[in-house]
Design a protein around this ligand. Structure first.
Ligand SMILES: [Zn+2]
Length: 204
């Protein structure tokens, strides 16, 4: 009888431990998403006429923040207005938040016509799964060319000590793609796809 009680106690302890430990382990991938709207202030980023990359990046970042909040994911933005912030100051915000991840939002601009699609960059090997999850999600959702997940030495991701990815959400220098990007529905789909990529990363 005593042995039975002891084994029941053991069972309850194991059950309790699994309730306490498992959810904590599942949620352990990150504590917060640091969203970095590329450029800002005197740094317009890519531009064509009066269309500036910095404005589009901020717009998508706000949409991403709102989408993540709906999904119960906490996030902070490195800038929430049109101000300049040095690259190392952006990643420093993430580096100070224990267990955070860093996602920088950009749009592509090249001096020659034609290229289209999305791509996502990473620097450290530990950032590759985050970049892959985000790129897979946006390429699927947007249906534009998947330019892949790429290694790059961009300072803003190189200076991050937490998993960091830099998303290029399309080419504003290519007329056909620019007209898509100008549509708020595209930017909403992009933001939600980045968010779903982040959620997928957390499930891994
Ligand atoms: Zn940029």
């Amino acid at each position: 009888m005593i042995r039975l009680i002891r084994s029941r106690w053991l069972l309850w302890c194991l059950l309790l431990a699994s309730w306490v430990v498992v959810p904590a382990a599942m949620a352990g991938k990150f504590t917060r998403v640091v969203i970095d709207p590329g450029h800002g202030g005197y740094d317009n980023g890519g531009m064509i006429g009066v269309l500036y990359e910095k404005h589009l990046a901020l717009d998508v970042s706000f949409r991403l923040k709102e989408y993540l909040a709906k999904k119960g994911v906490k996030s902070v933005m490195t800038r929430s207005r049109d101000n300049f912030l040095p690259l190392e100051d952006r990643s420093a915000i993430a580096n100070k938040i224990k267990g955070s991840i860093f996602v920088s939002i950009h749009f592509n601009w090249v001096s020659y016509g034609g290229p289209s699609g999305t791509e996502t960059f990473y620097f450290s090997p530990t950032s590759a799964p985050l970049a892959t999850a985000v790129q897979t999600s946006i390429a699927t959702a947007l249906g534009t060319p998947n330019r892949g997940v790429k290694f790059a030495r961009y300072k803003v991701i190189r200076s991050a000590t937490v998993p960091a990815a830099l998303v290029e959400g399309g080419f504003i220098s290519t007329a056909k793609e620019r007209s898509k990007i100008l549509d708020p529905r595209y930017r909403q789909r992009l933001a939600e796809a980045i968010g779903n990529g982040i959620l997928q990363y957390r499930r891994q």
